[in-house]
Design a protein around this ligand. Structure first.
Ligand code: IVH
Length: 720
């Protein structure tokens, strides 16, 4: 049965009150639209596998909105149009009538893998199992770091969403929760008449970073009352507790379900916690936590893919270890894993201690936030001259690594957080994100804590630093005169995706610049063996390797060279577009802003940045000298106006191709005008797959995207 079947049919008609005989045309059209939108919403939000284009979804959505506007009597609380957020509230109503209280779980204090063994030992003892009895089965789940939510469904419709509160009494946040696309507003017809789903509302790290990025831009633009959020959990909690649901609707939230509660037989609410929690499952023939999760998945709830049924302590330990290895790569924060006894009968025997089940435990990982002290605040200079205040910290173990530096982003952020030298601060490190100071513990501020003021001068070269109108950052105006920028600029030029000087690492660049041997890019090509071997720790053999790789880099391509110059806002893709459009370096250097604006991907900011760069005689001089030193590339004909065969198409490469390297295939595709992206989405036109292609290929097949092998690719590009 497809999800569309599950959501459609006569029960839907009963719910929206339209003519049960289907004679009411408008009513049945609305019902049909709702069923279609439920189905496609589930494909999109939960399965991440849309089968219709966004525009088609929007069309159906608008049609339903129009019908409901013209016939308000057709509007139902489970209508997908109700996700956009209703009227602001004055306060949240209290919710007291839940099927069972919302509980917490015990935390295993031993954070090592052995904590899992301790839990299994305890469970076996409490179940009076002996060594000869079989292993206990557990469901191992992630412990999501968001906020607990209880969703109540009656006759298949979401009627109430409430926060945990004190466990007994929560707050009614239904309006806000309806805006979360992953939460079904309606369940399939065969779901029980009354049920509660417990789970976690969270924000992904990417959405969190993005939200804070936007908030920082708002603050820089002078918008009042805006602030950045401390962590994804905080941002999610803030969104859920928004009295204005239209604001909540703009905050991208996600959801994972982890428990199902069904009404127990004793309907008067008098039962024990165990009865309230577990009886209903047994009565509905759901005998394991695993089965409950299967049901929830079947009804359309998102269940985390890192959920496993495991056996005995070895199974738990293996799960704990496996997750600790992927933790940084997860798209969301977790603070540990949760183990639950799988068998509900066993859970009933184990029971509850006050507010906590004996059959579950949270096994934590090292925290992603820690306290430490600020020993100094330094200002670092980036490649484009951006000055970043960085807090130097007393070393602290956060999120699995020792952190000694944490960014304060920019002047406004540093001022807003008012971080002072001597302060005790909360440091956060989650995933691959750069460690960050999130807040100051004011109660611990020493009397002599020193206020930080942003430098108005480059700390490295002494040139004036300026902050332009509407910008958040100060920049050193020293350009390549500034040795910090010079080091970064040289490393950028030598980068694998620029002219590629293999043996030129950051230590060597540091030495070369500090010794005054390399002042500009062309100096690299004037290096001799003598200059290199006089550097500390540089033997003749490695010096020779460096010279060979410098020599090799002379033969390059126009896009690589252009990208390597490190012009602000000119990334790899823009460099490629520019090279394709103009064909020749001189044409790019001499192009007017208007001519630059003709290039795909080039907007006013990029065009101005290019013009400013090439208007400076010393930059043109650098280009001339590099050419004089023998750096060459093949110039092409301008293709301005000509349309390339794959223009506007997005390709994804996955797996190992038999003869082409990843970079070669990418270059070929880009030369034909295609964009090469790292992930498959409904916007992808084609996936080129080699051996050992993994999830990207699966996804392409799932989404019905065209898949080519290497031979197919060559045929497409006519390079056979
Ligand atoms: S089960 C009776 N499972 O952890 C068991 N809770 O102290 C009830 N949490 O704030 C909870 N991930 O929101 C359970 N996979 C998971 C969880 C989880 C996160 C949170 C929960 C609550 C706290 C429990």
């Amino acid at each position: 049965m497809s999800t569309a079947d599950l959501f459609g049919g006569s029960a839907a008609n009963l719910i929206d009150g339209s003519d049960a005989n289907g004679r009411n045309d408008v009513g049945s059209r609305a019902t049909k639209l709702r069923a279609q939108l439920h189905h496609h919403g589930h494909q999109y939000y939960v399965l991440d596998a849309p089968t219709i284009p966004d525009a088609e979804y929007d069309r159906l959505f608008k049609e339903l909105q129009a019908l409901e506007a013209a016939h308000p009597e057709l509007l139902t609380p489970d209508s997908p149009t109700q996700r956009v957020g209703g009227k602001p509230l004055d306060a949240f109503a209290k919710v007291t009538d839940r099927l069972a209280p919302m509980l917490s779980i015990r935390t295993e204090t031993d954070t090592e893998a052995s904590g899992a063994e301790a839990f299994d030992t305890r469970i076996r003892k409490e179940l009076t199992l002996t060594d000869t009895d079989p292993l206990v089965e557990y469901v191992a789940e992630l412990k999501f770091d968001g906020l607990a939510m209880s969703l109540r469904y009656e006759n298949g419709v979401l009627v109430q969403a409430s926060t945990r509160g004190d466990g007994e009494t929560g707050e009614d946040v239904t309006q806000n929760i309806r805006t979360i696309g992953q939460i079904p507003l309606r369940l399939p017809v065969h779901a029980p008449a009354v049920l509660e789903v417990r789970g976690e509302v969270y924000m992904t790290r990417a959405h969190f970073e993005n939200l804070n990025e936007r908030q920082r831009a708002r603050i820089a633009a002078g918008e009042k009352g805006e602030k950045t959020f401390v962590n994804p959990r905080n941002a999610a909690a803030g969104a859920v507790r928004q009295l204005d649901p239209s604001i909540a609707a703009q905050r991208p939230l996600s959801f994972f379900a982890y428990s199902l509660i069904l009404p127990s037989k004793s309907k008067d609410g008098s039962g024990t916690i165990s009865e309230k929690y577990l009886d209903g499952l047994i009565h509905h023939d759901i005998h394991t936590q695993g089965k409950a999760l299967d049901k929830l998945r079947e009804w359309g709830f998102p269940i985390c893919e890192h959920t496993e049924v495991v056996k005995g302590s070895a199974g738990l330990v293996a799960f704990h270890q496996k997750i600790s290895q992927v933790r940084d790569a997860l798209p969301f924060d977790i603070d540990g894993v949760v183990y639950k006894v799988n068998d509900i009968q066993k859970e009933m025997r184990l029971g509850f201690v006050t507010r906590e089940p004996r059959w579950a435990v949270a096994h934590k990982y090292p925290a992603q936030e820690q306290l430490t002290t600020v020993q100094a605040i330094e200002v670092q200079v980036g490649r484009t001259g951006k000055l970043t205040p960085v807090a130097k910290l007393a070393p602290v173990f956060v999120g699995g690594v020792t952190v000694t530096n944490a960014t304060l982003h920019n002047e406004d952020e540093a001022r807003r957080k008012d971080v002072r030298v001597g302060d005790t601060v909360v440091v956060r490190r989650a995933g691959d994100v750069i460690p960050e100071v999130v807040s100051v513990v004011l109660e611990k501020r020493p009397q002599d804590a020193q206020i930080f003021t942003m430098l108005h001068q480059c700390p490295v070269c002494g040139s004036p630093a300026v902050r332009e109108e509407g910008e958040a950052d100060y920049r050193c105006t020293g350009g390549l005169f500034c040795s910090a920028q010079r080091k970064q600029a040289i490393l950028h030029f030598a980068h694998r995706r620029a002219v590629e000087i293999e043996d030129l690492g950051d230590k060597l660049v540091e030495q070369l610049v500090d010794a005054g041997v390399v002042k500009t890019l062309p100096d690299l090509y004037r290096l001799g063996l003598t200059a290199l071997v006089t550097l500390e720790r540089m033997a003749e053999k490695s010096a020779n390797n460096v010279l060979v790789s410098i020599e090799k880099s002379k033969q390059t391509t126009l896009p690589r060279f252009l990208f390597g110059l490190g012009i602000r806002h000119v990334g790899e893709a823009t460099a490629k577009e520019l090279a394709r459009h103009f064909g020749k370096m001189d044409a790019i250097m001499d192009a007017t802003v208007d001519q630059l604006l003709q290039v795909a991907d080039v907007g006013p900011i990029v065009a101005q940045s290019l013009r400013t760069f090439f208007d400076q005689p010393h930059n043109r001089e650098v280009v001339e000298q590099l050419r004089a030193c023998g750096v060459t590339w093949t110039e092409g004909e301008p293709t301005a106006g000509a349309s390339l065969p794959l223009a506007g198409q997005t390709f994804v490469l996955t797996g190992t191709l038999p003869t082409l390297s990843r970079d070669e295939a990418k270059d070929m595709l880009e030369a034909a005008g295609a964009k090469v992206s790292g992930s498959v989405s409904k916007k992808t036109h084609c996936v080129v797959a080699g051996s050992e292609a993994g999830s990207k290929l699966d996804k392409a097949i799932e989404l019905g995207i065209k898949v080519l092998d290497e031979a197919g690719l060559k045929k497409l590009l006519s390079v056979d």
